[in-house]
Design a protein around this ligand. Structure first.
Ligand code: ATP
Ligand code: MG
Length: 896
């Protein structure tokens, strides 16, 4: 029974029982806690959590799933794919244990002729959670099986929860005994509480029925949690692995051999010349190829692009592992263009988007393979050398320094090094590697800090913090504070005075200044003291809690201790707020235009300007950039409210706030800034406008690449944005003035001008060639007799290759007919030398060859060339010996 038929039977079985068929959601979960959808219940989560009311009480689906933790199992067990499809039926407060058991058992045991799967009852073993006697009762009632056939398993196997307080419940896994070839004999009555690993491939779990009945108040681990009580409404969530049932019903050994996967293995066999089934190591590689090619195709289909973090990194890893497995099978050419279309042909029967989006999918996948091939080429040699060194010194461990060098210099991700090392029988000093990575990060940070002109090491700041406590930081509340100076540094050391013009670092008891963070630059402003004024150049937080102002004395002599008035430049702050809110708007707009996989990877904003980097492999089209600008400005016009609130990180995620990968949020409470409610929610500590219209305008001024897999958007906000547009209007005004035309006609006018210029250039060119050829008659007349050959050897300064050739051929045609003749012209233009020799038939009979002439000239002009006997051509870069070269040509004729 092919996979498509199993899917159809599953869905119609549950539709017949009153379930609404719901199409698969995207693999990209609408849930910041999940990289990908790992189970069929995910799209129904709001119903299970009671956050939304389901429009039905019974539903069924076949959901695309990706489970990254299973990546290491692929090909080694018979049953784990990174991508697979989960068939499920769901009851929201409708039927419960008995109904779920009945529906499942009926489908799997019903004869094939009657629309079921026809599995042999004697091989089926239902399992329950130890103590779930209710489930045992229903299993016995529905199946008629004796008590000892029902396997009792512990919480590890048979209790489900989401890992957080909320719903949970016991499960019943349905197991299929594949027979003694797949594992030792067992006694079902005494199995458990854990499923022995040796039995996992024999007693195959293919369906899991979750009986959601408990309310959990605390979850400490999978097996350690507190049940607070019963759920008011009990639910059913089940998951049947389509791929697993397929290999059972198709009589295959494992999921990689089913109808929709095996063709990729067949193609890989053809390419590699290796046979599947010949040895275990190669078999695992074939299966990895089949699995990863399919998974990466499905991920790209849903909008993931390769990158160095999060989803992009998973995809990159899958693609790279597929390519490397092909290499290990002995196939070194580009593999994905051969394999992925095979997978597409199978999967597109169900997921027709794959065909529609094929160009994009193929482009993304193939480009990643090409990039990886380059990396591999360089890195593999280095790795092999390093491995050899390790072995010859009698060791078995690759140093952290080597692994780091592979990463730093050759872009080898650590997991690739780990894999290659384990294949070479070596281990890797991972701790050493991580230590070096951390050092590098620290160096980069220090570097960035020292560039800001701060010399004190953090010890000094720690000391200040210990003595005075954290700065009272009022940037959100006010632009002006009365403050006291707590510490003054000059050149990184404590100081008691700063003279006029001096620069130092000042710590206040309280400050309204925003310290640079989260991409927003520090505030500018002044600090007034009795008898003078400081200008604030920079504000940083070198250690948590301590705000340090870099200041220059503008007026007077500064002694700490006096009362101060710290004032943020309000204009500056307005600009900074506009730019920072603008960054959030552009980010949200970007995700609207490109889809939710466009995720910010970095940002920077200062008054009037913002820039946002995001993970994306291809350049944006002009249309996309225009759409981005339109969506952004529509959001300003809609005057969306901007607000923020504090919450815990899990709460923020639950709320859909975007927490950027790689950022650490170590506060117990995070700040979520939202614009237009859920339209834009980001974790952010920046200063913002109150309404989106206060941003004024957003003008996109650039879209460019910043390293592999990242693009950058640049934009101007507020007055700067208007200024930019005004300048453009000025340019247009000047042009219309110059061209004496209206703005609407400008493009046409300039087009005309360019066309006329092109025509004029053509005319000039024609005239120049005419002049050149006019010289040809004179040149022919100046031929000298060299051993009976009429020779013209001429230097044409200012003539390029094409002109030289035209001239040489023309002169040859004008030499006296009936006499041997040879022409050599050497032109020099823009530091380049062009040589053309042309010889007529009679001269050739005398042994004069154009090819010989050019070869004789070549070395003298610092180049080479050649051709046939009648016409030959060459060139060089040395213009200093052209006359000598002409003489050499003449000598060659005379020696012929
Ligand atoms: P296993 O212990 O075999 O990894 P599981 O307990 O992780 O399975 P569930 O989370 O209960 O599986 O998922 C429900 C069903 O989805 C499983 O019964 C199985 O049929 C299928 N399934 C789970 N993981 C995979 C996978 N990596 N590849 C293919 N099918 C899977
Ligand atoms: Mg699993």
């Amino acid at each position: 029974m092919d996979t498509a038929e199993i899917r159809r039977r599953f869905v119609s079985h549950f539709e017949a029982a009153g379930h609404t068929a719901v199409p698969s959601a995207s693999l990209l979960a609408d849930d910041p806690n999940l990289l990908f959808v790992p189970a069929g219940m995910v799209p129904f989560k709001p119903y299970f959590l009671g956050q939304e009311t389901p429009p039905y009480t019974r539903a069924t689906s076949v959901q695309k799933c990706v489970r990254t933790p299973d990546i290491e199992d692929v090909g080694k067990t018979t049953r784990h794919g990174t991508f697979f499809e989960m068939c499920g039926n769901f009851s929201f407060g409708d039927y419960f244990k008995e109904g779920a058991i009945e529906l499942a058992w009926d489908l799997i045991t019903k004869p094939v002729a009657d629309g079921g799967f026809g599995l042999d009852e004697s091989r089926l073993y239902p399992s329950v959670l130890i103590g779930d006697d209710e489930a045992v009762g229903f299993w016995r009632k529905v199946t008629g099986l004796p008590d000892e056939r029902i396997v009792r398993l512990g919480r590890k196997e048979n209790y489900w929860s989401m890992g957080v307080p909320g719903p949970g419940g016991p499960c019943s896994e349905i197991l299929y005994d594949r027979g003694p070839a797949w594992g030792p004999d067992f006694d079902p009555a005494t199995l458990g509480p854990d499923m022995p690993v040796a039995l996992e491939d024999r007693l195959l779990e293919f369906w899991n029925l979750v009986f959601m009945q408990d309310e959990l108040s605390a979850v400490r681990s999978k097996e350690d949690f507190d049940i607070a009580g019963s759920l008011p409404k009990k639910n059913i969530d089940t998951g049947m692995g389509l791929d697993r049932v397929a290999f059972l019903l198709q009589g295959k050994q494992n999921m990689y051999e089913i109808d929709v996967m095996f063709p990729v293995i067949e193609r890989a066999m053809e390419l590699s010349g290796k046979k599947y089934g010949a040895n275990h190591e190669d078999d695992v590689r074939f299966r990895v190829v089949a699995d990863h090619v399919r998974s990466s195709m499905m991920l790209i289909g849903d909008g993931v692009t390769p990158g160095n973090e999060g989803r992009g990194y998973v995809l990159r890893r899958l693609l790279r592992r597929a390519v490397r497995s092909m290499r290990l099978l002995g196939y070194d050419d580009r593999a994905l263009p051969e394999l992925m279309p095979v997978s597409r042909d199978k999967m597109a029967e169900t997921y027709s988007d794959l065909s529609r989006d094929w160009d994009r999918i193929a482009r993304v996948a193939y480009a990643e393979e090409d990039a990886f091939r380059k990396t591999l080429q360089a890195g593999t040699q280095i790795f092999d050398l390093a491995a050899q060194e390790v072995r010859s010194s009698g060791e078995t461990r690759l140093s952290g320094a080597k692994a780091f060098a592979l990463h730093d210099t050759y872009g080898f991700p650590i997991d690739l090094t780990l894999e290659m090392a384990s294949e070479a029988g070596l281990s890797v000093d991972e701790d050493g590697f991580r230590g070096l990575m951390a050092e590098q990060r620290q160096r980069a940070k220090d570097d960035a800090r020292s560039k800001k002109g701060q010399h004190a090491d953090t010890g000094v700041y720690r000391g200040i913090l210990d003595e005075h406590g954290p700065t009272e930081w009022l940037a959100y509340e006010t632009l002006q504070t009365e403050s006291k100076a707590l510490a003054l540094l000059s050149g990184g050391a404590p100081a008691t005075v700063l003279a006029q013009g001096d620069i130092g670092e000042l710590v206040l008891d309280r400050t309204p200044f925003y310290a640079e963070s989260g991409g927003q630059v520090a505030d500018a402003g002044t600090i007034e003291f009795d008898g003078g004024r400081l200008e604030v150049l920079d504000v940083q937080r070198p250690v948590r809690g301590l705000v340090v102002h870099q200041v220059r004395v503008v007026d007077g002599e500064f002694h700490p201790g006096s009362r101060l008035l710290a004032q943020v430049d309000p204009e500056w702050r307005t600009g900074a707020r506009q730019a920072h809110s603008g960054t959030h708007v552009v980010h949200a707009a970007l995700r609207e235009v490109l889809g939710p996989s466009a995720l910010q990877s970095g940002s920077y904003n200062r008054p009037g300007y913002l820039r946002l980097d995001f993970g994306w492999t291809t350049g944006l089209s002009e249309q996309q950039v225009r759409d981005l600008e339109t969506v952004s400005n529509n959001a300003l016009r809609a005057d969306l409210p901007v607000g923020w609130q504090y919450m815990t990180l899990p709460e923020a995620k639950e709320w859909g706030a975007i927490a950027l990968f790689g950022e650490t949020y170590d506060d117990s409470k995070v700040r979520v800034v939202e614009i237009g409610g859920p339209w834009s929610r980001e974790l952010c500590g920046g200063t913002h406008v109150e309404h989106s219209s206060q941003i004024g305008t957003i003008v996109i001024t650039g879209e460019s690449s910043v390293g592999s897999g990242n693009r950058r958007i640049e934009a101007l906000t507020g007055v700067e944005g208007f200024g930019y547009l005004a300048r453009e209007r000025d340019v247009v005004a000047q042009l219309t003035g110059l061209l004496k035309t209206q703005p609407d006609d400008l493009v046409g006018r300039v087009g005309d001008l360019v066309e006329r210029l092109r025509q004029a250039e053509k005319e000039i060119e024609k005239a120049r060639v005419g002049q050149l050829l006019a010289a040809a008659g004179q040149l022919a007349a100046s031929a000298v007799d060299v051993n009976g050959v009429q020779v013209v050897a001429h230097r044409a300064d200012g003539a390029g290759g094409g002109d030289v050739r035209t001239l040489a051929l023309d002169v040859r045609g004008r030499l006296p007919q009936g006499a041997p003749g040879a022409v050599v012209i050497i032109g020099a233009a823009d530091g380049k030398v062009s040589v053309v020799a042309a010889v007529n038939d009679l001269a050739r009979e005398r042994g004069v060859s154009a090819n010989d002439l050019v070869r004789a000239v070549g070395p003298l002009v610092g180049g080479k060339g050649g051709g046939k006997d009648d016409v030959a051509q060459g060139g060089g870069t040395d213009t200093s010996r052209i006359d000598e070269a002409l003489a050499a040509a003449v000598a060659t004729v005379s020696n012929a």
